[in-house]
Design a protein around this ligand. Sequence first.
Ligand code: UD1
Length: 378
Amino acid sequence: MIKIILVAGARPNFMKIAPLMDAFRARPQIKAVLVHTGQHYDPAMSDLFFQQLGIPEPDVNLGVGSASHAIQTAEIMRAFEPIILAKKPDAVLVVGDVNSTIACGLVAVKLGVRLIHVEAGLRSFDRTMPEEINRILTDAISDVLFCSEQSGVENLRREGVPEEKSHLVGNVMIDTLLKYREKAEQSKILDDLGLNDGRPYAVVTLHRPVNVDVPENFGRILMALEEISREIPVIFPVHPRTRTMMRQLNLGTTSYHSEDTFSAHSAPPNLLLVEPLGYLDFLKLMAHARIVLTDSGGIQEETTILKIPCLTLRENTERPVTVEMGTNRLVGSDPRLIIQAYRDVSASFPKRQSFPVPPLWDGRAAERIADILELILK
Ligand code: UD1
């Protein structure tokens, strides 16, 4: 019997943990223990995803919550250490690049427990991003590294990770997308938002500190969104970090059904701010959009599989395969470039079917990971 603790902390972790829990629980040789750090705790950012993705209740919730990077990371470490001591796992598995990933990884290796990193090797080469630091450090201490795209394998090789430690297995987040793609069609989100008449619309998400915590950058992006919303409706589910910033900048509060969005600056009626959406609603919204504008990592990948054009509001990406496949384009935060890219994409619509899919993004990544772990850890 191999006992593995899986760690989930923040929203993008949940879609990655779900297929791994499914794959592990189906194998008699593996005992999976799920730990939620509590980095994300709002029902809309956490509980809803557990329900919709059929993730079992965590065995342990560390209940850490929000704080500065140092405090959040330290609190997760402090709370996770006694869990490892009590549960005595053979390995700890962490996903992605959030603070929970590095915090739990560090605790595991210092207690001599093998560390598995899923989504290893991705690099934006931008060390001002907290996630980039988390990625580099987690990979440096991991024993088994699972990559979602070839660039990850190459980055690890360049950093001196022995080849036998890294495995190209595909993308667990895409396992989840393919599993729920059909079910998401039952979502009523397009009716709720008045978009069920087939007209084109755009979807926006924004939460990177560089875009929302720097008022000048945030303002420039909002200008571009306002401009686009003169042509087509722009739906913007607002992340808690972004909502906090909007309040501070007096950009009004967000509310799903309320009219008072952007109250202070009175946003154009076609720029619709809504609460963060659940997985199925968001998947449906994205799948039917004409275009998606985002600074998220996962959404760049999801739009690649959905074959929806994506403008990434960043200067770089740690997921270059999404650009190679042709769906994703890096546009930064300059409003002129964002609007120009939007017009280019609109002019070439629809061209969906011509985009290829990255190797191994086929819905079986978690099974491959389980196969490899059964061999390595037995
Ligand atoms: C974190 C990850 C980021 C990931 C993102 C997805 C790190 C360094 N960053 O960023 O990589 O893309 O999650 O969402 O780990 N808050 C709530 N409710 C919650 C969670 C957060 O209101 O459930 C608010 C708090 O005010 C908090 C702020 O959001 O201070 C930011 O949360 P935090 O977890 O620190 O970082 P994210 O910006 O969510």
